[in-house]
Design a protein around this ligand. Structure first.
Ligand code: DON
Length: 575
C-alpha cells in the first residue's frame, strides 16, 4: 500500500515536472549537430592525450596486436612521454568489452601503505597538516600500474610482452621532442621538483624547456627494461623496489618492501546500468565513477533531456540537481569495497533513485545544505589521463590512469626515473575535510592500511543493441564523472557526433560546494540569469575535462574524438 501511494505521488510529481518544464523556463541556448566528426577508420582506433602514445598504440594494432596489447603499450608510453600523469608510479582503472561481448573491470588503484593510519595527516590537535597528503614522500600510495598492466597482459594479450613495452623503452632511451604543452609544464614545476626532492631530479635544468627540445629518460628506460625482463617483479621486487624504499627512507615516507611485494591488481564486476536502451558498463569501487554515473543516468531517464537541448537552462538545472544528490551519496556511502560495505544495489535501485529525485522541481534549485551539510573549498586542478582503444575485431578498452596531481607528489625515485603519485589525498583525511577537488568523505573512505582511496575515474564502455557503441573517459578529478555523463547525453539524447560531444562546453556540480562551475562559453548571459533566478550560484572557469572517446557508427566505422580544443596534444589515430 505504501509503495502504491509513493508510486502515485512520484507519477504525479513527474507529470507536474514535465508541465512546469514547458511553462516556467524558456531555453536560451542550444547546440545542434553540424556533423563535425572526428577521425574515421574501419579497422582500429587509438585516442590518447599524446601523439607519440597514440602512434605507439596504432603501431601495435597494425602489427596484429589486439586492443589490450595496444592499451598496455600506450600505458607505458604515456609514462615516458606524459610524465605529469602517465605513470608507472601511480594507478588507474580499466573497463573492457571483448569482441564476444564479455565485459569486466580491472582495479589497479594505489593502496595506503601498511604503516598508514586514519589520522596520519593530522596534527596533535586533530587538524590536517597543510599539504602533507599532497606533496612529498608521505603523500604516495603504493603504486598499482605495473601490476595492473601485468594482470591485463596475462589475461588478454596476444603479443609477447617485450614487443609491447619495447616502444616505450626506445622512446625513453633514444629521446623524443617535447610538445609545447609538455615543455611549459616542466618549466612550471621546476621549483617544486627542487624543493621537494632530496636529490636533483634529471628534469631540473637551468635553461627553460622549449617545444622541440629532445628529452631522454635514461633511468626510466632501465626501469622499464627491468619490467620487460622480469614482468611485475621488475617493479615490485629487486632493484626497482629497493630504489623506491631507499627513496622513501630518505624522505620519511612509509612505503615498504612488503607493501610493494604484496600489491595486487583486482578484477572487479563492473557497474552496469541501462540508459534509454543502451547498456552502460563502468567502473565499480574503489572508484565512485560507475556508481555516480549510474545514478545520474538512471535519474536522467525521468526527464525529457532530448527536448531540453545541450546546455540550456533546463538541462543545466536538472543535471545540477541530479549531480548534487549523487555526490552527496558518494561522500557518505562510497569507498573501497574490500574494506567497507558499499550499498551498490541500493544506490542504483529504481525505487531509491525515484525517491531521491522526487523533490527536484523545475522552478528552483535545492540547497545542498538541505541534502546534507558540510563546508568545502574549490576545484582548480585538471590532470590525469584517459585513453580509449578499439581493435579490428571489436575488442574495446577504456583506461583512466593518474598520479593524481601534476607529477604526483613531485618525488622522483632517485635512480629509477619516475614520479610517485599523491593519491593519498583522495582519502577522506578527516571527516568533512575536503580534498584538493573539494570532495568530502567520511568513514567509507577513511584511511586504513592496505585500503584503496576512493576515485572518481570513470572509464566507460557502452553497448547499443548488443553491439559496441562508445568508449569514453576523461581526467578532471571530481569533474570526471559529470563530464562522462554529459558526453553520453550529448550523443544519446542530443544526437551530437562523438567529436561534437567532446568539444561541447561542459558544466559541473558536486553537492558541495553548492554551485555550478561552467566552462567559459558553456552558458550565455540569458541562461546564467535564468539559472541564477532559480537559485543557482555559477562560477565560470577556463576548461573542464579532456575526453578521449570512440563512437561506433551504424555502419561499423569508428569515430575517434580527441579533445584538441582543451589540449592540443591529444590525438585520435585510426587505420
Ligand atoms: O582518482 C581520482 O579521482 C583523482 N585522483 C583523479 C585526479 C585527476 O583526475 C586529476 N585531474 N585531472
Amino acid at each position: 500500500m505504501l509503495t502504491f501511494n509513493r508510486g502515485l505521488i512520484i507519477f504525479f510529481l513527474f507529470f507536474l515536472i514535465s508541465n512546469c518544464q514547458q511553462q516556467q523556463m524558456e531555453d536560451t541556448t542550444s547546440v545542434e549537430s553540424g556533423k563535425n566528426e572526428g577521425v574515421l577508420a574501419k579497422n582500429g582506433m587509438v585516442v590518447t592525450a599524446h601523439p607519440l602514445a597514440s602512434q605507439v598504440g596504432l603501431a601495435i594494432l597494425k602489427k596484429g596486436g589486439n586492443a589490450f596489447d595496444a592499451a598496455i603499450a600506450v600505458q607505458y608510453a604515456l609514462a615516458v612521454v606524459l610524465p605529469k600523469a602517465g605513470n608507472i608510479g601511480g594507478g588507474g582503472f580499466m573497463v573492457y568489452r571483448t569482441k564476444d561481448g564479455e565485459n569486466g573491470a580491472l582495479d589497479f588503484r594505489e593502496k595506503a601503505p601498511l604503516k598508514g593510519d586514519r589520522d596520519m595527516y593530522l596534527d596533535k590537535k586533530g587538524e590536517p597538516i597543510k599539504n602533507l597528503s599532497l606533496k612529498g614522500h608521505l603523500a604516495a600510495g603504493v603504486p598499482g600500474t605495473v601490476a595492473g598492466m601485468d594482470a591485463a597482459f596475462q589475461k588478454f594479450a596476444s603479443l609477447p610482452f617485450s614487443e609491447i613495452i619495447q616502444p616505450s623503452i626506445d622512446l625513453a632511451q633514444n629521446g623524443f621532442e617535447l610538445t609545447e604543452y609538455e615543455a611549459d609544464l616542466l618549466n612550471r614545476f621546476q621549483e617544486d621538483f627542487k624543493a621537494i626532492n632530496l636529490h636533483t631530479p634529471y628534469l631540473v635544468r637551468e635553461e627553460e624547456y622549449q617545444e622541440g627540445d629532445s628529452i631522454y629518460h635514461t633511468d626510466l628506460a632501465k626501469t622499464l627494461e627491468r619490467i620487460r625482463d622480469n614482468g611485475k617483479d621488475g617493479f615490485y621486487k629487486g632493484e626497482t623496489a629497493d630504489l623506491i624504499v631507499k627513496e622513501m627512507k630518505a624522505g620519511k615516507g612509509i612505503i615498504s618492501l612488503e607493501d610493494l611485494a604484496s600489491y595486487e591488481a583486482k578484477w572487479r564486476k563492473p557497474i552496469i546500468v541501462n540508459y534509454r536502451g543502451h547498456k552502460v558498463i563502468s567502473m565499480p569501487p574503489s572508484s565512485s565513477g560507475g556508481l555516480v554515473l549510474g545514478q545520474l543516468l538512471k535519474g536522467s531517464e525521468y526527464f525529457d533531456f532530448p527536448s531540453f537541448g545541450v546546455n540550456t537552462t533546463k538541462s543545466i538545472h536538472v543535471m545540477t540537481e541530479l549531480q548534487r544528490r549523487a555526490y552527496a551519496d558518494r561522500a557518505e556511502h562510497m569507498g573501497d569495497m574490500d574494506f567497507y560495505e558499499v550499498p551498490i544495489d541500493m544506490l542504483l535501485e529504481d525505487s531509491y533513485i525515484k525517491n531521491r529525485i522526487s523533490d527536484i522541481t523545475m522552478d528552483s534549485a535545492t540547497s545542498s545544505q538541505v541534502i546534507k551539510s558540510g563546508k568545502v573549498n574549490t576545484i582548480e586542478s585538471f590532470q590525469t589521463t584517459h585513453f580509449s582503444i578499439v581493435d579490428k575485431e571489436g575488442n574495446a578498452v577504456a583506461i583512466t590512469t593518474t598520479l593524481n596531481s601534476y607529477f604526483g607528489c613531485k618525488v622522483m625515485v632517485d635512480g629509477a626515473g619516475f614520479f610517485l603519485n599523491n593519491e593519498m589525498d583522495d582519502f577522506s583525511i578527516k571527516p568533512g575535510v575536503p580534498n584538493q577537488f573539494g570532495l568530502v568523505g567520511a568513514e567509507a573512505n577513511a584511511i586504513a592500511p592496505g585500503k584503496r582511496m576512493l576515485s572518481a575515474m570513470t572509464p566507460t564502455i557502452i553497448e547499443k543493441e548488443g553491439k559496441l557503441f562508445m568508449v569514453v573517459g576523461t581526467p578532471g578529478g571530481s569533474t570526471i564523472i559529470t563530464n562522462v555523463y554529459q558526453v553520453i547525453l550529448n550523443v544519446i539524447d542530443h544526437g551530437l557526433t562523438m567529436q561534437e560531444a567532446v568539444d561541447a562546453k561542459k558544466m559541473h556540480s558536486q553537492w558541495l560546494p553548492d554551485r555550478i562551475i561552467a566552462e567559459k562559453g558553456c552558458l550565455d548571459s540569458l541562461t546564467i540569469d535564468a539559472l541564477q533566478h532559480l537559485g543557482h550560484e555559477i562560477k565560470e572557469i577556463n576548461t573542464i575535462g579532456r575526453i578521449e572517446a570512440i563512437l561506433v557508427k551504424e555502419d561499423g566505422t569508428y569515430e575517434g574524438a580527441a579533445d584538441k580544443t582543451r589540449s592540443g596534444d591529444a590525438m585520435a589515430l585510426g587505420y
